[in-house]
Structures are given as structure tokens and as C-alpha cells.
Design a protein around this ligand. Structure first.
Ligand SMILES: Nc1ncnc2c1ncn2[C@@H]1O[C@H](COP(=O)(O)OP(=O)(O)O)[C@@H](O)[C@H]1O
Ligand SMILES: [Mg+2]
Length: 162
């Protein structure tokens, strides 16, 4: 039924639970997995971009952070990407061992938007994700990323509960 599945993970415990489910889906015909980790674009950086857009020419200190700030942000992203690469390696290994074709993507952006973008680009048949992630608030039925993806995806979404 599903051949190619998108598996976005923030490496939280809930999202890790989806791996076993995915492995079990091999016998149901799943052949290919796109593993995705989105590195959230920092609030400070998006704030400065929005500011530049809406108030051009004002508050120079906000819209053009010094080279030092930009370089610092870049180094933070690089460190997170490295961490993501290491964190995703065991997932990739387990899936490959089970003879899935695997593609790993590490992207920067707003997680829920990036997930939907990659869903389109990769033309997957379904998405599998955790109901919650790193925040895992007790009183929330769904996390903010999972809610947005379920609401806006045009493909079936398999939600693994905590
Ligand atoms: N940055 C991310 N990159 C990839 N997948 C993510 C990311 N954030 C969340 N997800 C996916 O969405 C699921 C729900 O997470 P989320 O909605 O962020 O919950 P919470 O609000 O508890 O953090 C996670 O289990 C994971 O599968
Ligand atoms: Mg989250």
C-alpha cells in the first residue's frame, strides 16, 4: 500500500518509537524511507529577517547583526547538524540492515513547514511521526509540529502515540 515513507524525527523518545513500527511495515510492502531532521532556524535570526523586511533602514543593530553574530549562528547550526548526523546514524543503520532504501536529510528551517516541503519534493506515500516530541507537554493532545503536519499534509499521516 505504502512504498515510500517520510520519517521526520527530532530524536525525542516519542519519535524514536516510530522506528519499530516502520521496521514492522517492511512486510507490508514499504521499501523506502526518507529520514528527516529539521534544525530550527533560531528566533533571533528570523526576527532580524522579519525586521529587515518590514522596517527597512531602521534599527541597524537588529537588521544587520555583526559578522561575529552571523558566524556564531553558523557555528551553532553546524554543531546541531553534526549532532543530528550522529543521532540519525543508528536509525539509518537499523533501516538499512532491514533492507530498506534510506535517504537521510538534515535541513534548516521551520520544522512543520520543512516537513511538508520535503513531503512534496520526495513524493512520499505517507508520513510517520510522533504525537509529541521534545517538549512533550502533558496536557497537549498533540505537539505543535505534529498538529500542523496532520492538518496540512495531503498524504496519510501515521501518528505514534507516546
Ligand atoms: N525539528 C524536527 N525535525 C524533524 N521532525 C520533527 C521535528 N520536530 C518535531 N518533529 C516530529 O514531530 C513529532 C511531534 O513533535 P512536536 O509536535 O514538536 O511535539 P512537542 O510539542 O511535544 O515537541 C516528533 O515526534 C517528530 O516525529
Ligand atoms: Mg517539538
Amino acid at each position: 500500500m505504502f512504498k515510500k515513507i517520510l520519517y521526520p524525527t527530532d530524536l525525542s523518545d516519542v519519535s524514536k518509537k516510530a522506528l519499530n513500527c516502520l521496521l514492522a511495515m517492511k512486510s507490508g510492502g514499504v521499501k523506502e524511507v526518507v529520514l528527516l531532521r529539521v534544525i530550527s532556524q533560531s528566533n533571533a535570526e528570523s526576527l532580524s529577517q522579519y525586521h529587515k523586511h518590514f522596517f527597512p533602514g531602521t534599527h541597524a543593530h537588529l537588521e544587520t547583526p555583526g559578522k561575529g553574530v552571523a558566524a556564531f549562528l553558523e557555528s551553532v547550526y553546524r554543531a546541531q547538524e553534526e549532532e543530528a548526523r550522529e543521532g540519525l546514524a543508528p536509525f539509518e543503520a537499523a533501516l538499512k540492515e532491514a533492507h530498506f532504501k534510506v535517504k537521510t536529510r538534515i535541513e534548516r528551517g521551520v520544522p512543520q513547514l520543512k516537513i511538508l516541503e520535503v513531503e512534496e519534493q520526495e513524493n512520499v506515500d505517507a508520513i510517520i511521526l510522533g504525537s509529541h516530541g521534545r517538549s512533550n507537554l502533558k496536557e497537549m493532545l498533540l505537539g505543535s509540529v505534529s498538529e500542523h503536519v496532520i492538518r496540512h499534509s495531503r498524504k496519510p499521516v501515521i501518528v505514534i502515540k507516546r
